[in-house]
Design a protein around this ligand. Structure first.
Ligand SMILES: [Fe+2]
Length: 609
């Protein structure tokens, strides 16, 4: 039985194919269309999923959509009416897409599937989709479920319990009170792009003091012991306007919202630290309450706020639950996966088999892969110069040497990741021991001035030697932040202030150590990651260090690369030294010169994020 899950029309459209309960394929539309956070109907992602499953639309048994558009529309109307006539402009702006597409989803989906699918459409609720994406692939027989999000239909946060093959959400917080929208409001206020700059705000927080935390708790939200809260909407504009906050915020935060791309000052850093502290407080209170009410020892998480890996790390370290599993595609893309699994388990009552240890997400490596033959054909077509290494042994040796000699290495191997993080399949790798690598990679590869260090990949068995995590803990999806171990830290003569603090050498792996000694860790194990694991192991054999830098394979604002062609173009357009495409290794110095005009045209197509 084949079930196709779809999420679309908000941000991060995606498709997922489930065959007899197994995740066969999942991908975000942006990877194919090269338009970041593409929200259009995911035609390309669907085509890919069907191809991977070896089926066509008429072979599908169910198509599931990740939310209920009519309920969402009802929220929009009610919200508009509550504020009318204020908000007419923003209402009008949203209407065409609703009238054209969102209110006619079966028609749109029928068209998207080439009029070849004639069976049932299922619409799950937004938070059900998130909850299903968190629980069903998790390793647990039973667990508490929390979804923390912006907004779906009405719910913004929900919790409940998953047992066996069923989930039940029993409590919810409703729009406009939303931890996701609160965080996004501050993303907007500090001059970053909503729905993509949230990561930057989180990365900025360690530079600041949370001196506005009490202001937020006193004026903006009334936070209860159980983690629920009400927001004072007189400061926010998202119900009726085209912005997230209004000018009443200025008096509380010592001035107006920061202009995008303007200089970051200590004020923004302090605001970032404050909203991060408040968000963690909400997450912790909610987690404690849910643990108490459900009596569960395991927690699963999804929804956009579950990408707040600093908050996740705190939930774990406070020991509120014994184990936590987070859906790697925690944002709306993952709703496609949740909706499909919901149909299989909950609607069709199919059993779920778990062992309590291993999740069913397959390392989130659910996207396209390319054979050496396909890659050779492509490389020959563009006249690229390459070495082909027949054996893995030789290949790993060569690549590990490049990393150890401080080269920046594009690494393209196996199936593309599903979710916002690159986990080694579509990654740029570097030597975490290097003192210069952080700024080299930011300026020459990503074309951005960044205050964020890069994330480390560490061999699973060495994680507790390098980071303050328990030996049995893992973080295969890079969704947890943990401090670097004390004995790996270096004394810092930290006279610097503001963003210059990142330049200080704080540990033996400075490129991945944040100013507060934290790191966003990905643990790499042989079972999930295969050749990528063996690459890091080889690097360790050569250098004694089981930690490397892993950042996504893209330039600033570009969706992560999907195909060899995307990877080659990105490699040629920036100062990357080495490109690994499966068993091929390319050196930049040996490649034909690209026209400067072509490079500029390529780079200019990505909007700032
Ligand atoms: Fe969502």
């Amino acid at each position: 039985m084949h079930i196709l899950g779809i999420s679309a029309f908000y941000h991060d459209s995606a498709a997922c194919l489930v065959e007899d309960g197994k995740l066969v394929a999942a991908a975000q539309e942006e990877r194919f269309t090269r338009k970041k956070h593409d929200f259009r109907f995911p035609t390309h992602a669907i085509d890919y999923c069907l191809k991977e499953g070896g089926i066509s639309p008429e072979d599908l048994d169910f198509v599931a959509f990740y939310d209920k558009p009519l309920l969402k529309f009802e929220r929009l109307l009610e919200t508009y009416l509550a504020y009318a006539p204020v908000g007419f402009r923003s209402f009008l702006k949203g209407m065409p897409l609703w009238l054209r597409q969102k209110l006619h989803l079966p028609r749109e989906m029928d068209r998207g599937l080439g009029h070849r699918y004639k069976k049932r459409y299922v619409f799950t609720e937004h938070h059900e989709s998130h909850a299903a994406s968190a629980f069903f692939p998790s390793p647990f027989e039973e667990a508490a479920i929390m979804t923390l999000d912006g907004v779906g239909e009405w719910a913004t946060t929900s919790w409940g319990v998953g047992r066996g093959n069923r989930i039940e959400l029993t409590h919810e917080l409703r729009f406009p009170h939303s931890v996701g929208l609160l965080y996004s409001a501050f993303t907007y206020f500090t001059g970053f792009k909503v729905n993509s700059g949230e990561y930057k705000l989180m990365g900025l927080a360690p530079y600041g003091e949370p001196r506005f935390k009490d202001v937020i708790l006193k004026h903006l939200i009334d936070l209860k012991e159980d983690g629920s809260f009400r927001m004072d909407m007189s400061y926010f504009n998202y119900c009726q306007g085209l912005t997230m906050t209004n000018s009443r915020m200025n008096a509380l935060f010592e001035g107006p919202a920061r202009q995008p791309e303007s200089e970051l000052t200590q004020r923004e850093m302090d605001i970032a630290a404050s909203i991060q502290a408040v968000t963690e407080e909400i997450m912790l209170r909610c987690a404690r309450h849910v643990a108490k009410e459900t009596g569960m020892r395991h927690l699963v998480l999804a929804g956009g706020v579950a990408l707040n890996c600093v908050g996740n790390g705190r939930i774990l370290r406070e020991g509120i639950f014994d184990q936590v599993w987070i859906q790697p595609a925690a944002g709306d893309a993952g709703g496609a996966l949740g909706a499909a699994l919901f149909v299989w388990h909950q609607l069709l009552d199919k059993p779920r088999q778990v062992d309590g240890r291993n999740d069913l997400q397959s390392g989130s490596l659910l996207g396209p892969h390319f054979s050496n033959d396909e890659i050779r054909t492509f490389l020959d077509s563009v006249g690229a110069s390459y070495d082909f290494h027949e054996t893995e042994e030789k290949l790993l040796d060569v690549v590990a040497d490049h990393i150890a000699s401080q080269k920046v290495v594009g690494h393209f191997h196996g199936r593309m990741e599903f979710g916002p993080r690159a986990l080694g399949s579509r990654s740029i790798l570097g030597d975490a021991r290097s003192r210069e690598m952080q700024s080299v990679m930011n300026l020459k590869i990503k074309f951005r001035e960044s205050f964020r260090p890069f994330a480390p990949c560490v061999l699973r068995e060495d994680v507790d030697q390098w980071f303050q995590m328990r030996p049995e803990e893992d973080s295969p999806y890079m969704l947890l932040v943990a401090p670097v171990q004390e004995d790996k830290r270096l004394p810092v003569d930290d006279g610097a202030t503001g963003l210059d603090r990142l330049k200080a050498i704080r540990s033996q792996v400075p490129a991945i150590t944040h100013v507060d000694y934290s790191a966003r860790v990905q643990t790499v194990d042989e079972k999930r990651h295969g050749r990528y694991y063996r690459l890091i192991k080889r690097f360790k054999e050569k250098t004694g260090c089981p930690v490397i830098i892993n950042t996504s394979f893209n330039v600033r604002s570009e969706p992560i690369v999907c195909s060899p062609e995307h990877a080659y173009r990105c490699f040629m357009a920036c100062d990357m030294d080495v490109l690994v495409l499966e068993n091929f290794v390319l050196l930049k110095d040996n490649q034909p010169q690209l026209d400067k005009q072509d490079i500029d045209a390529y780079l200019s197509q990505f909007e700032l994020d």
